[in-house]
Design a protein around this ligand. Structure first.
Ligand code: W6P
Length: 382
């Protein structure tokens, strides 16, 4: 396309990772002009890295109708931001830029299901071999991680400088300097509960406890973080735990063992442990839970059966891999360990200190491109 030379140019720059700390600091004393100057380049850089990487994945995917649709949206957004290249940051430009970002945010709201559909189209078109599957897994992880970063930057700019949002009094844009983790877990449970009840599905109870190594915050464990990200991760894991519990004990059980959530703040990590008695998952199946292809395949049971209307409680099936990306995005992690026959323990690790919560971003690299998901120099350093 006519944008190819711009992809070449901008992909030569490295993405600039931000930290939760730098986002908070900027929310306090940064100005719109600075943010504009940063974003009009940074967005192009980050998009370009992914466009270059598309040359390295199985080409057939690029030809799928849904993938083409997604790419046409990216081209449009790239072009719109590129138009600000030489624009003086006067009041009109700044206002227009913010409006453009709001449009872009909305335009890309459904990219995840669109790319899930692209994968299904590819699957229907013919057999995908193991190496291709691994490449696609690697690419989707990096693409969606890149997207999380871009949307975080766009949300932050539009929240701080736009006017369409009701501002949350306590938050600095999308960041809550006193994020009450237990409160977020309760919110996620409440939403999961409504979702299950809508499908006349029983809802096991949840037990939440908090612990901290810090003497002065015993009754309320808080963290400087993006509550929406914690919510997203916890919601996904809770749904899985609740569903497993119901399936294990039967829909007509008189009572269910609670899903236990422990929130523990240490010096370095804040860990959210979610333990269910849902019968566990065999070890060989654990990594499959994070495979985009595995999730895309039609499932014999559970997910789509719950409300009979095809509104899946477990979403399109990209919930777990994307939840893990949210966890890893600021140098955290999501790990599952399971005892088959008993239950599953999920661990969400989050950096407790905002200056250590630094974006993990994919960098385009031909040499490093492989079908492993090992960390290498194709990820940004802190
Ligand atoms: C299960 C399967 C699973 C996935 C993710 C989180 C919790 C659970 N429990 O049985």
């Amino acid at each position: 396309s006519s944008l190819a030379k711009h992809f070449d140019t901008y992909s030569k720059f490295q993405p600039t990772p931000v930290t939760v700390k730098s986002l908070i600091d900027f929310a306090v004393d940064g100005d719109m002009k600075q943010s504009y100057k940063f974003l009009r380049v940074e967005l192009l850089v980050r998009w370009s890295h992914m466009r270059k990487e598309m040359n390295l994945i199985p080409g057939r995917l690029l030809e799928m109708p849904s993938f083409k649709l997604a790419n046409s949206l990216y081209d449009q957004s790239f072009t719109e931001v590129l138009a600000f290249k030489d624009a003086e940051p006067d009041a009109t430009t700044l206002r227009k830029f913010t409006e453009t970002l709001v449009d872009i945010r909305r335009r890309h709201a459904n990219i995840v299901p669109t790319l899930a559909r692209a994968y299904m189209e590819l699957d229907k078109a013919g057999p995908i071999d193991l190496i291709e599957k691994n490449r696609l897994q690697y690419f989707y992880d990096r693409f969606f991680m890149n997207r999380i970063g871009i949307r975080t930057l766009i949300y932050q700019h539009t929240l701080l400088f736009g006017n369409e949002f009701p501002q949350h009094p306590q938050q600095a844009g999308i960041i809550d300097p006193y994020c009450d983790v237990a409160g977020v877990v309760r919110d996620a449970y409440a939403t999961a509960k409504i979702l299950f009840e809508k499908s006349s599905y029983p809802v096991p109870p949840v037990e939440i406890s908090t612990h901290t190594v810090h003497e002065n915050e015993k009754d309320r464990v808080t963290i400087v973080y993006i509550p929406a990200h914690i919510y997203h991760i916890v919601f996904e894991l809770l749904k899985n735990s609740l569903r497993a519990t119901v399936e294990r004990h039967g829909q007509d059980a008189k009572q269910y063992p609670p899903v236990k959530v422990r929130i523990v703040k240490g010096h370095e990590d804040l860990t959210i442990q979610i333990a269910d008695r849902g019968g566990g998952v065999p070890r060989s199946k654990i990594s499959e839970l994070f495979h985009y292809m595995y999730s895309t395949a039609p499932k014999p049971n559970s997910d789509f059966a719950i409300d009979g209307k095809g509104t899946p409680i477990a979403g399109l099936g990209y919930g777990l891999p994307i939840a893990r990306l949210y966890a890893k995005y600021f140098q955290g992690n999501l790990a599952l360990s399971s005892v088959e026959g008993l239950g599953t323990w999920a661990y969400i690790s989050i950096k407790a200190a905002a200056e250590n919560a630094s974006e993990l971003l994919p960098i385009f690299s031909k040499i490093r491109y492989s079908y492993t998901t090992k960390k290498g120099s194709d990820w940004t350093k802190k």
